[in-house]
Design a protein around this ligand. Structure first.
Ligand code: GTP
Ligand code: SPV
Ligand code: MN
Length: 597
Protein backbone atom coordinates (compact mmCIF):
# COMPACT_ATOMS: atom_id res chain seq x y z
CA UNK A 1 0.00 0.00 0.00
CA UNK A 2 1.33 3.43 -0.89
CA UNK A 3 1.61 5.48 2.27
CA UNK A 4 3.71 8.23 0.66
CA UNK A 5 0.68 10.26 -0.15
CA UNK A 6 2.04 13.68 0.87
CA UNK A 7 5.40 15.43 0.48
CA UNK A 8 5.79 15.65 4.27
CA UNK A 9 7.78 12.72 5.67
CA UNK A 10 6.37 13.22 9.20
CA UNK A 11 2.85 12.92 7.83
CA UNK A 12 3.72 9.91 5.68
CA UNK A 13 5.48 8.04 8.49
CA UNK A 14 2.58 8.62 10.84
CA UNK A 15 0.04 7.46 8.22
CA UNK A 16 2.13 4.33 7.61
CA UNK A 17 2.25 3.59 11.32
CA UNK A 18 -1.51 4.05 11.79
CA UNK A 19 -2.30 2.08 8.60
CA UNK A 20 -0.26 -0.84 9.91
CA UNK A 21 -2.59 -0.90 12.92
CA UNK A 22 -6.03 -0.26 11.41
CA UNK A 23 -5.33 -2.11 8.13
CA UNK A 24 -7.35 -0.23 5.52
CA UNK A 25 -7.98 -1.58 2.02
CA UNK A 26 -6.54 1.61 0.53
CA UNK A 27 -5.58 5.16 1.49
CA UNK A 28 -7.41 8.12 -0.02
CA UNK A 29 -6.23 11.71 0.36
CA UNK A 30 -9.06 14.21 0.66
CA UNK A 31 -8.02 17.05 -1.65
CA UNK A 32 -10.88 19.48 -1.06
CA UNK A 33 -12.18 19.19 -4.63
CA UNK A 34 -15.86 19.28 -5.49
CA UNK A 35 -15.50 16.20 -7.72
CA UNK A 36 -14.15 14.08 -4.89
CA UNK A 37 -16.81 15.29 -2.45
CA UNK A 38 -19.55 14.60 -5.00
CA UNK A 39 -18.31 11.09 -5.56
CA UNK A 40 -18.13 10.42 -1.80
CA UNK A 41 -21.69 11.73 -1.37
CA UNK A 42 -22.90 9.42 -4.15
CA UNK A 43 -21.12 6.51 -2.52
CA UNK A 44 -22.58 7.26 0.91
CA UNK A 45 -26.06 7.41 -0.61
CA UNK A 46 -25.57 4.10 -2.42
CA UNK A 47 -24.80 2.32 0.87
CA UNK A 48 -27.54 4.08 2.88
CA UNK A 49 -25.00 5.91 5.05
CA UNK A 50 -26.65 9.13 3.86
CA UNK A 51 -30.04 9.91 2.35
CA UNK A 52 -30.27 12.48 -0.42
CA UNK A 53 -33.10 14.87 0.48
CA UNK A 54 -35.54 16.71 -1.78
CA UNK A 55 -33.12 18.73 -3.90
CA UNK A 56 -35.69 21.34 -4.89
CA UNK A 57 -36.64 22.21 -1.32
CA UNK A 58 -33.22 21.49 0.18
CA UNK A 59 -30.51 21.76 -2.49
CA UNK A 60 -27.29 19.95 -1.60
CA UNK A 61 -28.82 18.57 1.62
CA UNK A 62 -28.50 15.07 3.08
CA UNK A 63 -29.70 13.16 6.13
CA UNK A 64 -27.63 10.83 8.29
CA UNK A 65 -28.58 8.78 11.34
CA UNK A 66 -26.02 7.74 13.90
CA UNK A 67 -26.38 4.60 15.99
CA UNK A 68 -29.05 4.85 18.70
CA UNK A 69 -26.40 4.52 21.41
CA UNK A 70 -24.28 7.25 19.82
CA UNK A 71 -26.09 10.60 19.73
CA UNK A 72 -24.02 12.99 21.89
CA UNK A 73 -20.59 13.69 23.29
CA UNK A 74 -19.56 11.22 25.98
CA UNK A 75 -17.85 13.12 28.76
CA UNK A 76 -17.33 10.09 30.98
CA UNK A 77 -15.35 8.42 28.17
CA UNK A 78 -13.26 11.49 27.31
CA UNK A 79 -9.70 11.45 28.62
CA UNK A 80 -6.77 13.83 28.90
CA UNK A 81 -3.62 11.71 28.76
CA UNK A 82 -0.72 13.71 30.17
CA UNK A 83 2.36 11.97 31.55
CA UNK A 84 1.58 13.42 35.01
CA UNK A 85 -1.95 12.95 36.33
CA UNK A 86 -1.82 16.34 38.11
CA UNK A 87 -1.48 18.09 34.77
CA UNK A 88 -4.88 16.82 33.62
CA UNK A 89 -6.37 17.92 36.95
CA UNK A 90 -9.26 16.63 39.02
CA UNK A 91 -12.07 17.66 36.69
CA UNK A 92 -10.80 15.70 33.68
CA UNK A 93 -10.66 11.95 33.34
CA UNK A 94 -7.05 10.90 33.07
CA UNK A 95 -5.26 7.90 31.66
CA UNK A 96 -1.54 7.27 31.49
CA UNK A 97 -0.54 7.88 27.85
CA UNK A 98 1.33 4.58 27.48
CA UNK A 99 -1.53 2.62 28.98
CA UNK A 100 -4.04 4.48 26.82
CA UNK A 101 -2.14 3.96 23.56
CA UNK A 102 -1.83 0.25 24.38
CA UNK A 103 -5.48 -0.13 25.32
CA UNK A 104 -6.82 1.72 22.28
CA UNK A 105 -4.38 0.07 19.87
CA UNK A 106 -6.20 -3.18 20.54
CA UNK A 107 -9.51 -1.56 19.65
CA UNK A 108 -8.08 0.00 16.49
CA UNK A 109 -6.30 -3.20 15.35
CA UNK A 110 -7.72 -4.19 11.95
CA UNK A 111 -10.74 -1.93 12.47
CA UNK A 112 -10.57 -0.48 8.91
CA UNK A 113 -10.30 -3.86 7.21
CA UNK A 114 -12.09 -3.89 3.88
CA UNK A 115 -12.56 -0.11 4.08
CA UNK A 116 -10.48 2.83 2.87
CA UNK A 117 -8.63 5.19 5.16
CA UNK A 118 -9.51 8.79 4.36
CA UNK A 119 -6.75 11.29 5.08
CA UNK A 120 -8.18 14.76 5.78
CA UNK A 121 -5.68 17.65 5.87
CA UNK A 122 -7.47 20.55 7.54
CA UNK A 123 -6.79 23.97 8.94
CA UNK A 124 -8.38 25.61 11.94
CA UNK A 125 -8.57 29.33 10.96
CA UNK A 126 -7.64 30.83 7.61
CA UNK A 127 -4.90 28.78 5.91
CA UNK A 128 -1.55 30.54 6.19
CA UNK A 129 -2.74 33.09 8.79
CA UNK A 130 -0.97 33.75 12.10
CA UNK A 131 -3.80 32.09 14.00
CA UNK A 132 -3.90 28.98 11.79
CA UNK A 133 -3.11 25.54 13.15
CA UNK A 134 -3.16 22.42 11.03
CA UNK A 135 -4.45 18.96 11.64
CA UNK A 136 -4.77 15.70 9.80
CA UNK A 137 -7.63 13.41 10.61
CA UNK A 138 -7.60 9.77 9.54
CA UNK A 139 -11.06 8.23 9.42
CA UNK A 140 -13.00 5.28 8.02
CA UNK A 141 -16.22 7.33 7.79
CA UNK A 142 -17.42 9.21 4.72
CA UNK A 143 -19.86 11.06 7.00
CA UNK A 144 -16.89 12.40 8.96
CA UNK A 145 -15.11 13.43 5.74
CA UNK A 146 -18.17 15.30 4.47
CA UNK A 147 -18.72 17.03 7.82
CA UNK A 148 -15.07 18.05 8.07
CA UNK A 149 -15.32 19.52 4.56
CA UNK A 150 -17.99 21.87 5.93
CA UNK A 151 -16.67 22.49 9.44
CA UNK A 152 -13.00 23.14 8.61
CA UNK A 153 -10.85 24.33 5.73
CA UNK A 154 -9.75 21.14 3.95
CA UNK A 155 -7.46 20.62 0.99
CA UNK A 156 -4.08 20.35 -0.64
CA UNK A 157 -3.38 23.99 0.26
CA UNK A 158 -3.27 22.92 3.91
CA UNK A 159 -0.46 20.45 3.11
CA UNK A 160 1.31 23.18 1.16
CA UNK A 161 1.05 25.55 4.12
CA UNK A 162 2.31 22.83 6.46
CA UNK A 163 5.31 22.20 4.18
CA UNK A 164 7.81 19.78 5.72
CA UNK A 165 6.97 20.74 9.30
CA UNK A 166 6.08 18.18 11.99
CA UNK A 167 3.77 20.76 13.58
CA UNK A 168 0.33 19.27 12.98
CA UNK A 169 -2.30 17.60 15.17
CA UNK A 170 -2.52 13.87 14.51
CA UNK A 171 -6.11 12.67 14.74
CA UNK A 172 -7.10 9.05 14.38
CA UNK A 173 -10.74 8.07 14.24
CA UNK A 174 -12.28 4.63 13.80
CA UNK A 175 -15.93 3.74 14.04
CA UNK A 176 -14.98 0.16 14.93
CA UNK A 177 -18.12 -1.51 16.37
CA UNK A 178 -19.76 1.68 17.76
CA UNK A 179 -19.64 -0.21 21.04
CA UNK A 180 -20.50 2.30 23.78
CA UNK A 181 -18.58 0.24 26.34
CA UNK A 182 -15.42 0.55 24.28
CA UNK A 183 -15.88 4.15 23.22
CA UNK A 184 -12.90 6.42 23.96
CA UNK A 185 -12.15 10.02 23.08
CA UNK A 186 -8.54 10.49 24.14
CA UNK A 187 -6.24 13.48 23.96
CA UNK A 188 -2.46 13.44 24.22
CA UNK A 189 -1.61 17.14 24.44
CA UNK A 190 2.10 16.41 24.91
CA UNK A 191 2.11 14.51 21.58
CA UNK A 192 -0.32 16.68 19.59
CA UNK A 193 -2.44 13.57 19.21
CA UNK A 194 -6.15 12.68 19.40
CA UNK A 195 -7.50 9.13 19.31
CA UNK A 196 -11.24 8.54 18.97
CA UNK A 197 -12.79 5.10 18.66
CA UNK A 198 -16.23 3.47 18.64
CA UNK A 199 -18.30 6.55 17.89
CA UNK A 200 -19.65 8.22 14.75
CA UNK A 201 -21.18 11.31 16.35
CA UNK A 202 -20.32 15.01 16.13
CA UNK A 203 -18.04 16.25 18.85
CA UNK A 204 -16.66 12.73 19.37
CA UNK A 205 -15.42 12.35 15.81
CA UNK A 206 -15.11 15.72 14.06
CA UNK A 207 -11.69 16.01 15.64
CA UNK A 208 -11.04 19.60 14.58
CA UNK A 209 -13.82 20.83 16.84
CA UNK A 210 -13.92 20.11 20.57
CA UNK A 211 -10.91 17.76 20.58
CA UNK A 212 -8.46 20.04 18.74
CA UNK A 213 -9.88 23.58 18.75
CA UNK A 214 -10.69 23.42 22.48
CA UNK A 215 -8.92 20.63 24.38
CA UNK A 216 -5.58 20.54 22.53
CA UNK A 217 -5.74 24.25 21.66
CA UNK A 218 -6.40 25.31 25.27
CA UNK A 219 -3.24 23.41 26.24
CA UNK A 220 -1.26 25.06 23.44
CA UNK A 221 -2.78 28.45 24.27
CA UNK A 222 -1.52 28.28 27.82
CA UNK A 223 1.94 27.33 26.62
CA UNK A 224 2.01 30.00 23.92
CA UNK A 225 0.13 32.84 25.65
CA UNK A 226 -3.29 32.84 23.99
CA UNK A 227 -6.75 31.41 24.73
CA UNK A 228 -9.03 28.80 23.16
CA UNK A 229 -12.60 29.28 24.40
CA UNK A 230 -16.10 27.81 23.96
CA UNK A 231 -17.41 31.15 22.71
CA UNK A 232 -19.49 32.61 19.94
CA UNK A 233 -18.30 35.86 18.36
CA UNK A 234 -20.69 38.50 17.05
CA UNK A 235 -20.53 42.07 15.84
CA UNK A 236 -23.16 44.70 16.63
CA UNK A 237 -23.33 47.31 13.88
CA UNK A 238 -24.49 50.77 14.97
CA UNK A 239 -26.53 53.08 12.76
CA UNK A 240 -23.34 55.07 12.00
CA UNK A 241 -21.61 51.93 10.67
CA UNK A 242 -19.34 51.27 13.67
CA UNK A 243 -19.16 47.61 14.67
CA UNK A 244 -18.42 46.44 18.23
CA UNK A 245 -17.56 42.79 18.85
CA UNK A 246 -18.68 40.56 21.70
CA UNK A 247 -17.63 37.01 22.52
CA UNK A 248 -19.83 34.87 24.73
CA UNK A 249 -19.31 31.54 26.49
CA UNK A 250 -22.47 29.53 27.19
CA UNK A 251 -22.45 25.78 27.87
CA UNK A 252 -23.51 23.33 25.16
CA UNK A 253 -27.09 23.85 23.95
CA UNK A 254 -27.46 27.08 25.96
CA UNK A 255 -27.86 29.54 23.12
CA UNK A 256 -24.56 30.37 21.40
CA UNK A 257 -25.73 29.70 17.83
CA UNK A 258 -28.94 31.60 18.51
CA UNK A 259 -27.21 34.65 19.95
CA UNK A 260 -24.52 34.65 17.24
CA UNK A 261 -27.16 34.92 14.50
CA UNK A 262 -29.57 37.20 16.33
CA UNK A 263 -31.92 39.47 14.40
CA UNK A 264 -32.53 42.64 16.42
CA UNK A 265 -36.11 43.60 17.31
CA UNK A 266 -37.94 46.07 15.09
CA UNK A 267 -37.14 49.08 17.28
CA UNK A 268 -33.42 48.48 16.72
CA UNK A 269 -33.70 47.45 13.05
CA UNK A 270 -35.57 50.57 12.08
CA UNK A 271 -32.77 52.68 13.57
CA UNK A 272 -30.22 50.76 11.53
CA UNK A 273 -28.76 48.26 14.02
CA UNK A 274 -27.51 44.94 12.62
CA UNK A 275 -25.85 41.88 14.12
CA UNK A 276 -23.13 39.99 12.24
CA UNK A 277 -22.00 36.45 13.04
CA UNK A 278 -18.27 35.72 13.20
CA UNK A 279 -18.59 32.37 14.97
CA UNK A 280 -21.11 30.27 16.90
CA UNK A 281 -19.07 27.88 19.05
CA UNK A 282 -15.32 28.45 19.36
CA UNK A 283 -13.08 31.49 19.65
CA UNK A 284 -9.30 31.68 19.61
CA UNK A 285 -8.19 34.88 21.33
CA UNK A 286 -4.86 36.70 21.22
CA UNK A 287 -3.55 40.03 22.46
CA UNK A 288 -3.00 42.36 19.51
CA UNK A 289 -0.19 44.87 19.10
CA UNK A 290 -2.74 47.54 19.97
CA UNK A 291 -3.26 46.00 23.43
CA UNK A 292 -6.77 44.79 22.63
CA UNK A 293 -7.96 41.18 22.64
CA UNK A 294 -8.50 39.86 19.10
CA UNK A 295 -10.64 36.84 18.25
CA UNK A 296 -11.00 34.49 15.32
CA UNK A 297 -13.45 31.68 14.80
CA UNK A 298 -11.22 28.74 13.82
CA UNK A 299 -14.12 26.84 12.26
CA UNK A 300 -15.61 27.09 8.77
CA UNK A 301 -19.18 25.97 9.45
CA UNK A 302 -21.83 25.43 12.11
CA UNK A 303 -22.73 22.17 13.84
CA UNK A 304 -25.95 23.55 15.25
CA UNK A 305 -28.74 22.16 17.43
CA UNK A 306 -31.79 21.55 15.18
CA UNK A 307 -34.71 21.37 17.69
CA UNK A 308 -36.09 24.79 18.48
CA UNK A 309 -34.69 26.35 15.30
CA UNK A 310 -37.49 28.06 13.40
CA UNK A 311 -38.54 31.06 11.35
CA UNK A 312 -39.02 33.11 14.52
CA UNK A 313 -36.28 31.90 16.89
CA UNK A 314 -33.40 31.82 14.40
CA UNK A 315 -34.31 32.49 10.75
CA UNK A 316 -30.63 32.92 9.85
CA UNK A 317 -29.73 29.43 11.07
CA UNK A 318 -32.81 27.98 9.38
CA UNK A 319 -31.88 29.59 6.07
CA UNK A 320 -28.23 28.51 6.42
CA UNK A 321 -29.31 24.90 6.98
CA UNK A 322 -31.46 24.75 3.87
CA UNK A 323 -28.53 24.45 1.45
CA UNK A 324 -25.45 22.18 1.26
CA UNK A 325 -26.25 20.83 4.70
CA UNK A 326 -25.95 17.50 6.47
CA UNK A 327 -28.74 16.83 8.95
CA UNK A 328 -28.01 14.33 11.70
CA UNK A 329 -30.71 12.48 13.66
CA UNK A 330 -33.63 14.69 12.67
CA UNK A 331 -37.06 13.42 11.63
CA UNK A 332 -37.48 12.37 7.97
CA UNK A 333 -40.72 13.44 6.29
CA UNK A 334 -41.43 10.66 3.80
CA UNK A 335 -44.17 12.52 1.94
CA UNK A 336 -41.89 15.18 0.53
CA UNK A 337 -38.42 13.82 1.46
CA UNK A 338 -37.63 16.79 3.68
CA UNK A 339 -36.75 17.03 7.37
CA UNK A 340 -38.55 18.11 10.51
CA UNK A 341 -37.76 18.64 14.17
CA UNK A 342 -39.58 19.66 17.33
CA UNK A 343 -40.02 23.41 17.34
CA UNK A 344 -39.67 23.84 13.56
CA UNK A 345 -43.43 24.44 13.19
CA UNK A 346 -46.72 23.10 14.49
CA UNK A 347 -47.15 20.58 11.68
CA UNK A 348 -45.37 17.37 12.54
CA UNK A 349 -45.34 15.09 9.50
CA UNK A 350 -47.89 12.27 9.54
CA UNK A 351 -45.82 9.99 7.36
CA UNK A 352 -42.34 10.06 8.79
CA UNK A 353 -39.41 8.21 10.28
CA UNK A 354 -38.07 9.33 13.65
CA UNK A 355 -34.39 9.89 14.43
CA UNK A 356 -33.97 6.16 14.96
CA UNK A 357 -35.30 5.46 11.47
CA UNK A 358 -38.55 3.93 12.81
CA UNK A 359 -42.06 4.79 11.68
CA UNK A 360 -43.03 7.77 13.84
CA UNK A 361 -46.42 8.59 15.37
CA UNK A 362 -46.40 12.24 16.40
CA UNK A 363 -49.60 11.83 18.43
CA UNK A 364 -47.58 9.76 20.93
CA UNK A 365 -45.10 12.61 21.52
CA UNK A 366 -44.45 13.10 25.23
CA UNK A 367 -42.48 16.15 26.29
CA UNK A 368 -41.30 14.34 29.39
CA UNK A 369 -39.73 11.57 27.31
CA UNK A 370 -38.34 13.37 24.30
CA UNK A 371 -35.61 10.87 23.54
CA UNK A 372 -38.07 8.02 23.02
CA UNK A 373 -41.08 9.79 21.59
CA UNK A 374 -39.78 12.75 19.57
CA UNK A 375 -39.35 12.84 15.84
CA UNK A 376 -35.89 14.40 16.04
CA UNK A 377 -33.39 13.58 18.76
CA UNK A 378 -33.09 16.49 21.25
CA UNK A 379 -29.40 16.74 20.24
CA UNK A 380 -30.02 16.38 16.50
CA UNK A 381 -27.89 18.76 14.48
CA UNK A 382 -27.35 20.51 11.16
CA UNK A 383 -23.89 20.89 9.65
CA UNK A 384 -23.96 24.00 7.51
CA UNK A 385 -21.49 26.26 5.76
CA UNK A 386 -20.67 29.60 7.38
CA UNK A 387 -20.59 31.22 3.95
CA UNK A 388 -24.26 30.30 3.45
CA UNK A 389 -25.28 32.29 6.53
CA UNK A 390 -27.11 35.52 5.59
CA UNK A 391 -25.59 37.42 8.53
CA UNK A 392 -22.02 36.15 8.24
CA UNK A 393 -19.58 38.93 9.11
CA UNK A 394 -17.34 40.39 6.41
CA UNK A 395 -14.53 39.76 8.93
CA UNK A 396 -15.21 36.00 8.98
CA UNK A 397 -12.21 35.30 6.73
CA UNK A 398 -10.09 38.16 8.04
CA UNK A 399 -6.83 36.58 9.26
CA UNK A 400 -6.51 39.29 11.95
CA UNK A 401 -9.89 38.48 13.48
CA UNK A 402 -11.95 41.08 15.34
CA UNK A 403 -11.26 43.20 18.46
CA UNK A 404 -13.39 42.18 21.44
CA UNK A 405 -15.14 44.86 23.53
CA UNK A 406 -17.02 42.54 25.90
CA UNK A 407 -16.78 38.96 27.09
CA UNK A 408 -20.08 37.49 28.23
CA UNK A 409 -20.56 34.39 30.35
CA UNK A 410 -23.94 32.75 30.68
CA UNK A 411 -25.72 29.68 31.88
CA UNK A 412 -29.12 28.09 32.12
CA UNK A 413 -30.30 28.98 35.63
CA UNK A 414 -33.94 28.87 36.72
CA UNK A 415 -33.10 31.09 39.70
CA UNK A 416 -30.09 32.89 41.26
CA UNK A 417 -28.36 34.53 38.26
CA UNK A 418 -30.00 37.80 37.12
CA UNK A 419 -30.67 38.68 33.48
CA UNK A 420 -27.33 40.50 33.28
CA UNK A 421 -24.58 41.84 35.52
CA UNK A 422 -21.09 43.19 35.06
CA UNK A 423 -17.85 42.36 36.83
CA UNK A 424 -15.86 45.07 38.55
CA UNK A 425 -12.45 44.02 37.14
CA UNK A 426 -10.79 41.35 34.97
CA UNK A 427 -10.01 39.37 38.13
CA UNK A 428 -13.61 39.59 39.30
CA UNK A 429 -14.72 38.67 35.77
CA UNK A 430 -12.49 35.60 35.84
CA UNK A 431 -14.10 34.72 39.16
CA UNK A 432 -17.56 35.08 37.61
CA UNK A 433 -16.49 32.74 34.78
CA UNK A 434 -15.07 30.24 37.26
CA UNK A 435 -18.33 30.01 39.23
CA UNK A 436 -20.59 29.61 36.20
CA UNK A 437 -23.28 27.00 36.64
CA UNK A 438 -25.85 25.64 34.27
CA UNK A 439 -28.47 22.97 33.89
CA UNK A 440 -27.16 20.06 31.83
CA UNK A 441 -28.56 19.57 28.30
CA UNK A 442 -28.89 16.83 25.70
CA UNK A 443 -25.58 17.84 24.07
CA UNK A 444 -23.79 15.40 26.34
CA UNK A 445 -24.88 11.89 27.31
CA UNK A 446 -26.36 11.70 30.82
CA UNK A 447 -29.08 13.34 32.88
CA UNK A 448 -30.62 16.57 31.56
CA UNK A 449 -31.60 19.57 33.72
CA UNK A 450 -29.21 19.02 36.62
CA UNK A 451 -27.36 22.16 37.78
CA UNK A 452 -23.62 21.65 37.60
CA UNK A 453 -20.68 24.02 37.70
CA UNK A 454 -19.40 24.66 34.22
CA UNK A 455 -16.64 27.25 34.47
CA UNK A 456 -16.34 29.43 31.36
CA UNK A 457 -18.55 26.76 29.65
CA UNK A 458 -15.27 24.84 29.43
CA UNK A 459 -15.72 22.08 32.00
CA UNK A 460 -15.70 19.35 29.31
CA UNK A 461 -13.12 21.11 27.13
CA UNK A 462 -10.09 22.27 29.12
CA UNK A 463 -7.10 20.13 28.10
CA UNK A 464 -5.30 20.56 31.45
CA UNK A 465 -5.89 21.35 35.13
CA UNK A 466 -8.85 23.67 35.74
CA UNK A 467 -6.98 25.64 38.42
CA UNK A 468 -4.10 26.25 35.99
CA UNK A 469 -6.67 27.32 33.40
CA UNK A 470 -8.00 29.97 35.79
CA UNK A 471 -4.44 31.15 36.47
CA UNK A 472 -3.97 31.45 32.73
CA UNK A 473 -7.08 33.66 32.56
CA UNK A 474 -5.71 35.88 35.35
CA UNK A 475 -2.32 36.09 33.62
CA UNK A 476 -3.85 36.95 30.27
CA UNK A 477 -5.67 39.83 31.93
CA UNK A 478 -2.34 41.30 33.04
CA UNK A 479 -1.15 41.31 29.41
CA UNK A 480 -4.17 42.97 27.82
CA UNK A 481 -3.68 46.71 28.18
CA UNK A 482 -7.14 47.42 26.81
CA UNK A 483 -9.04 44.41 28.12
CA UNK A 484 -12.67 43.63 27.28
CA UNK A 485 -15.20 44.18 30.08
CA UNK A 486 -16.65 40.97 31.49
CA UNK A 487 -20.39 40.29 31.96
CA UNK A 488 -22.74 37.46 32.90
CA UNK A 489 -26.20 36.83 31.43
CA UNK A 490 -29.04 34.41 32.11
CA UNK A 491 -31.85 34.10 29.56
CA UNK A 492 -33.41 31.20 31.45
CA UNK A 493 -34.94 32.49 34.71
CA UNK A 494 -38.33 30.88 35.20
CA UNK A 495 -41.53 31.82 37.02
CA UNK A 496 -43.31 29.63 39.55
CA UNK A 497 -44.89 27.61 36.74
CA UNK A 498 -41.49 26.98 35.18
CA UNK A 499 -41.98 29.30 32.18
CA UNK A 500 -39.09 31.42 30.94
CA UNK A 501 -39.70 35.01 32.04
CA UNK A 502 -37.39 36.73 29.55
CA UNK A 503 -38.48 36.45 25.88
CA UNK A 504 -34.91 35.72 24.77
CA UNK A 505 -33.70 35.15 21.20
CA UNK A 506 -33.84 38.42 19.17
CA UNK A 507 -34.82 40.35 22.28
CA UNK A 508 -31.44 39.48 23.80
CA UNK A 509 -30.29 42.45 21.69
CA UNK A 510 -31.74 44.66 24.42
CA UNK A 511 -29.23 43.20 26.87
CA UNK A 512 -26.34 43.40 24.39
CA UNK A 513 -27.16 47.09 23.94
CA UNK A 514 -26.82 47.67 27.70
CA UNK A 515 -23.56 45.70 27.75
CA UNK A 516 -22.05 47.78 24.95
CA UNK A 517 -23.28 51.01 26.55
CA UNK A 518 -21.46 49.97 29.73
CA UNK A 519 -18.28 49.33 27.72
CA UNK A 520 -18.52 52.87 26.36
CA UNK A 521 -19.30 54.34 29.77
CA UNK A 522 -22.67 55.58 28.50
CA UNK A 523 -24.90 54.20 31.24
CA UNK A 524 -24.85 53.96 35.03
CA UNK A 525 -25.45 50.80 37.01
CA UNK A 526 -26.39 49.67 40.50
CA UNK A 527 -23.59 48.31 42.66
CA UNK A 528 -24.71 45.04 44.22
CA UNK A 529 -22.80 42.36 46.13
CA UNK A 530 -22.37 40.33 42.91
CA UNK A 531 -21.35 43.20 40.62
CA UNK A 532 -22.95 45.98 38.55
CA UNK A 533 -26.61 45.35 37.71
CA UNK A 534 -28.63 47.58 35.35
CA UNK A 535 -31.22 50.05 36.52
CA UNK A 536 -34.41 48.39 35.24
CA UNK A 537 -35.24 51.56 33.28
CA UNK A 538 -32.03 51.14 31.28
CA UNK A 539 -33.15 47.87 29.68
CA UNK A 540 -35.10 48.97 26.62
CA UNK A 541 -38.48 47.22 26.74
CA UNK A 542 -40.25 49.27 24.13
CA UNK A 543 -42.29 46.98 21.89
CA UNK A 544 -42.18 44.16 24.45
CA UNK A 545 -45.14 42.81 26.36
CA UNK A 546 -43.26 42.91 29.65
CA UNK A 547 -43.50 45.31 32.59
CA UNK A 548 -40.79 47.26 34.36
CA UNK A 549 -41.59 45.23 37.48
CA UNK A 550 -40.85 42.02 35.64
CA UNK A 551 -37.49 43.47 34.57
CA UNK A 552 -36.86 44.39 38.22
CA UNK A 553 -37.61 40.80 39.15
CA UNK A 554 -35.27 39.50 36.42
CA UNK A 555 -32.52 41.76 37.75
CA UNK A 556 -33.04 40.97 41.41
CA UNK A 557 -30.27 39.46 43.50
CA UNK A 558 -31.50 37.06 46.18
CA UNK A 559 -28.83 37.10 48.89
CA UNK A 560 -29.99 33.83 50.45
CA UNK A 561 -29.73 31.97 47.13
CA UNK A 562 -26.34 33.53 46.48
CA UNK A 563 -25.05 32.51 49.90
CA UNK A 564 -26.16 28.95 49.13
CA UNK A 565 -24.30 29.25 45.85
CA UNK A 566 -21.16 30.38 47.69
CA UNK A 567 -21.20 27.16 49.67
CA UNK A 568 -21.51 25.15 46.46
CA UNK A 569 -18.70 27.17 44.85
CA UNK A 570 -16.41 26.45 47.80
CA UNK A 571 -17.08 22.72 47.40
CA UNK A 572 -16.39 22.97 43.68
CA UNK A 573 -13.10 24.84 44.23
CA UNK A 574 -12.08 22.12 46.68
CA UNK A 575 -12.87 19.54 44.05
CA UNK A 576 -10.79 21.41 41.46
CA UNK A 577 -7.99 21.13 43.99
CA UNK A 578 -4.83 22.83 45.10
CA UNK A 579 -4.12 24.75 41.90
CA UNK A 580 -7.10 27.12 42.32
CA UNK A 581 -5.49 30.59 42.29
CA UNK A 582 -5.53 32.43 45.62
CA UNK A 583 -7.08 35.44 43.87
CA UNK A 584 -10.25 33.45 43.23
CA UNK A 585 -10.54 32.40 46.88
CA UNK A 586 -10.13 36.08 47.75
CA UNK A 587 -12.94 36.99 45.35
CA UNK A 588 -15.14 34.32 46.90
CA UNK A 589 -14.46 35.57 50.43
CA UNK A 590 -15.16 39.14 49.34
CA UNK A 591 -18.44 38.10 47.71
CA UNK A 592 -19.53 36.28 50.86
CA UNK A 593 -18.66 39.30 52.97
CA UNK A 594 -20.65 41.64 50.71
CA UNK A 595 -23.65 39.27 50.75
CA UNK A 596 -23.55 38.96 54.55
CA UNK A 597 -23.73 42.73 55.03
P1 GTP B 1 -23.86 23.88 21.21
O1 GTP B 1 -23.84 23.81 19.73
O2 GTP B 1 -24.22 22.59 21.85
O3 GTP B 1 -22.60 24.43 21.79
O4 GTP B 1 -25.13 24.81 21.62
P2 GTP B 1 -25.40 26.38 21.56
O5 GTP B 1 -24.83 27.04 22.78
O6 GTP B 1 -25.00 26.94 20.25
O7 GTP B 1 -27.00 26.46 21.74
P3 GTP B 1 -28.15 26.87 20.69
O8 GTP B 1 -28.05 28.30 20.26
O9 GTP B 1 -28.18 25.85 19.63
O10 GTP B 1 -29.45 26.75 21.60
C1 GTP B 1 -29.79 25.55 22.24
C2 GTP B 1 -31.21 25.59 22.74
O11 GTP B 1 -31.45 26.73 23.56
C3 GTP B 1 -32.24 25.64 21.62
O12 GTP B 1 -33.29 24.75 21.93
C4 GTP B 1 -32.72 27.05 21.64
O13 GTP B 1 -34.04 27.15 21.19
C5 GTP B 1 -32.59 27.45 23.11
N1 GTP B 1 -32.32 28.90 23.25
C6 GTP B 1 -31.37 29.61 22.62
N2 GTP B 1 -31.42 30.93 22.95
C7 GTP B 1 -32.45 31.05 23.81
C8 GTP B 1 -33.03 32.16 24.52
O14 GTP B 1 -32.60 33.32 24.42
N3 GTP B 1 -34.09 31.88 25.34
C9 GTP B 1 -34.57 30.62 25.49
N4 GTP B 1 -35.61 30.45 26.31
N5 GTP B 1 -34.08 29.55 24.84
C10 GTP B 1 -33.02 29.76 24.02
C1 SPV C 1 -21.33 21.07 22.10
O1 SPV C 1 -21.75 20.05 22.66
O2 SPV C 1 -20.90 22.06 22.74
C2 SPV C 1 -21.37 21.15 20.63
C3 SPV C 1 -21.74 19.96 19.87
O3 SPV C 1 -21.04 22.19 20.07
S1 SPV C 1 -20.43 18.84 19.70
O4 SPV C 1 -19.68 19.17 18.48
O5 SPV C 1 -21.02 17.49 19.57
O6 SPV C 1 -19.55 18.93 20.83
MN1 MN D 1 -20.57 23.83 21.60
Amino acid sequence: MNTNITKNTFVNEWIAEMAKMVKPSEIILIDGSKEQADSLRAQACSTGEMIKLNQEALPGCYLHRTAINDVARVEDRTFICTSKKEDAGNINNWMDPKECYAKLSKLYEGSYSGKPMYVIPYSMSVVGSDFAKYGIELTDSIYVVLNMLIMTRVGINVLEALGDSPDFIKGLHARADIDAEKRYICHFPEDNTIWSVNSGYGGNVLLGKKCFALRIASYLGRKEGWMAEHMLILGVEYPNGDVKYISAAFPSACGKTNLAMLIPPEIYREKGYKVWCVGDDIAWLRVGKDGRLWAVNPENGFFGVAPGTNEKSNPNALYTSMRDCIFTNVCHNLDDNTVWWEGLNDNPPANALNWKGEKWDYTKYDKADKVNTSGAHPNSRFTAMAENCPCISDKFNDPAGVPISAIVFGGRRAKTAPLVYQSTSWQHGTFIGSIMASETTAAAAGAVGVVRRDPMAMRPFVGYDMGDYWSHWLNMGKNIANAPKIFHVNWFRTDDEGHFIWPGFGDNMRVLAWILDRCEGKVDAVETPIGYVPYAEDINISGLDISLDTIRELLSVDKELWLEDCAAIKKFYEQVGNRVPAELYEELAALEARLAK
